[in-house]
Design a protein around this ligand. Structure first.
Ligand SMILES: *[C@@H]1O[C@H](CO)[C@@H](O)[C@H](O)[C@H]1NC(C)=O
Ligand SMILES: *[C@@H]1O[C@H](CO)[C@@H](O)[C@H](O)[C@H]1NC(C)=O
Ligand SMILES: *[C@@H]1O[C@H](CO)[C@@H](O)[C@H](O)[C@H]1NC(C)=O
Ligand SMILES: *[C@@H]1O[C@H](CO)[C@@H](O)[C@H](O)[C@H]1NC(C)=O
Length: 452
């Protein structure tokens, strides 16, 4: 498996949605099997989009008052009605309410960008005079196209793995889509750009406070999985860097839960060991990198088959991408993997991903399945070791879950990390220093090796 992440292209209800006749006929890169898998995945995904034809939803269009606006400004706010939830966001658990909003974030050069996010609130109001504890949820790979924004997904990517779980526990969940998923930005969505996603997180809170500040605790934590696990980690690092005054207006940052973090790690290609890469995640990254570094050319990097599949890839989101790419090895996908050792990749890692190690602003809990074949435990431990060696005064814990893969390893850690988060809100900080804990299961009869 090459670098990074995805997860849970799980259990979405099959749909009878009829696809419009598509420009997809006679693609030599995609035989009949492949077309069948593609169309089935796309239909299932489309049925999960809150607005199935994304172009019909004016919400994500950048408003004119974006001009001149500053990071943290609010651009648009929409409380979804009970009727809209009943028709367009049918998977939201009972009693929860949803708002979505557009706001201003910034790119790596601190130029303003429009971004979208959602807020999920529990039924019960905060205790008298009190506020909800505030949790920023950072989503894992959803795809690359604009319509893949979690706020446009009936399950809000990734349902009980994140937003539903935390709102059910009484948190106000604020969740950025990340700039370019949902909104339209130059160069398109910057997949895996952790340094930028960290700004999206902080500014989503700054903007949300302008409307529902009376409901949100000043204190906040960030928790996420996969691409979002990496983002939670990067957020914790970025908030400790110099010149982050505007981001720090997000509130009092208490800590981060980094689940199965998709830290970009060229070593993953070796770990895939010639086998299928499992998902198109490195292709999503490459599609963005050629926008940032025009001297890199897709035609020189991807095989003919992979290039042919690109015509189909961004019609859908991750599940569609998996249907198209999952059975391809590195050699079937890439003419050359030299881009992974290129100066452009090194530049991207530093400036866009924000690869560390860097000091941390607050405690961090890393949750990782030992049998993860998408973001390998060995890679995660390597980064954990780097942080511990460079910043031994940090408070970092790594919680390892035996026999489980990318999604289930994180999910199985929920009781452990939700207790960890609750203690932060009680003002009880974990000790400084690094520690590693391996979960001791009550038995080993659970399904081993599960990845999704
Ligand atoms: C998997 O790869 C083979 C070629 O090796 C192809 O014929 C087949 O259609 C692929 N399956 C899917 C679902 O794309
Ligand atoms: C909700 O679903 C309807 C029917 O598919 C669609 O026309 C509409 O654009 C959707 N979005 C919103 C935000 O109502
Ligand atoms: C942009 O307009 C919206 C809707 O009127 C408003 O809520 C928001 O505060 C405005 N933002 C800026 C930065 O002017
Ligand atoms: C991390 O550090 C521990 C303790 O020093 C060591 O045993 C382990 O091999 C290291 N892991 C990696 C992946 O570097």
């Amino acid at each position: 498996m090459l670098l990074l992440l995805p997860f849970l292209w799980a259990s979405q209800a099959a749909s009878a949605a009829v696809l419009a006749p598509s420009p997809n006929a006679a693609n030599p890169a995609c035989d009949a099997n492949c077309m069948e898998a593609f169309e089935a995945a796309l239909a299932t995904e489309r049925a999960m989009w809150a607005t199935p034809n994304f172009a019909d939803d004016p919400f994500y269009t950048t408003p004119t008052n974006f001009t001149g606006a500053k990071p943290g400004d609010l651009l648009r706010w929409q409380d979804l009605t009970a009727e809209q939830l009943a028709t367009n966001w049918t998977k939201i658990p009972g009693g929860m309410s949803l708002s979505r909003f557009l706001y201003v974030t910034e790119d790596v050069d601190r130029q303003p960008l429009p971004a979208s996010a959602f807020v999920l609130l529990p039924l019960a109001p905060p205790k008298d005079g009190d506020k909800y504890n505030t949790l920023a949820w950072t989503h894992g790979t959803a795809g690359r196209a604009r319509q893949c924004a979690p706020s446009n997904n009936q399950q809000l990517y990734y349902e009980w793995l994140g937003p539903f779980f935390h709102a059910a526990q009484g948190y106000a969940v604020v969740a950025p889509d990340y700039a370019g998923q949902g909104t339209e930005i130059r160069a398109g969505f910057h997949y895996e750009a952790g340094y930028m996603h960290a700004a999206d997180v902080a500014y989503s809170l700054v903007a949300a406070r302008k409307v529902i500040g009376h409901l949100l605790s000043k204190e906040w934590v960030v928790a996420g999985h996969s691409e979002g696990g990496m983002t939670a980690w990067r957020t914790n690092e970025r908030l400790a860097m110099p010149d982050q005054k505007e981001l720090l207006k997000a509130g009092k940052f208490l800590g981060a839960v980094a689940g199965s973090p998709a830290l970009p790690h060229p070593r993953s290609i070796e770990l895939a060991n010639g086998g299928p890469l499992g998902a198109p995640v490195s292709v999503y990254l490459l599609q963005n990198m050629v926008q940032i570094y025009p001297e890199l050319k897709l035609e020189e990097i991807l095989t003919e088959r992979a290039l042919g599949l690109l015509r189909l890839l961004d019609q859908g989101c991750l599940d569609t991408g998996v249907a198209l790419f999952a059975n391809m090895t590195a050699a079937e996908t890439y003419k050359s993997t030299a881009w992974l050792t290129s100066p452009q990749f090194a530049d991207w890692q530093t400036r866009y991903n924000g690869a560390g190690p860097h000091a941390l602003a607050a405690p961090m809990l890393v949750v990782q399945g030992i049998a993860d074949s998408l973001t390998y435990a060995a890679n995660c431990e390597w980064d954990f070791n780097q942080t511990c060696a460079a910043f031994p005064e940090s408070s970092v814990e790594m919680y390892l879950v035996p026999e489980l893969g990318h999604g289930p390893g994180f999910q199985a850690g929920q009781p452990y990390f939700s207790a960890w988060i609750a203690r932060l809100f009680e003002g009880k900080n974990p000790d400084s220093g690094c520690k590693k804990v391996t979960a001791k299961p009550v038995n080993f009869r659970y399904q081993h090796g599960r990845t999704g």
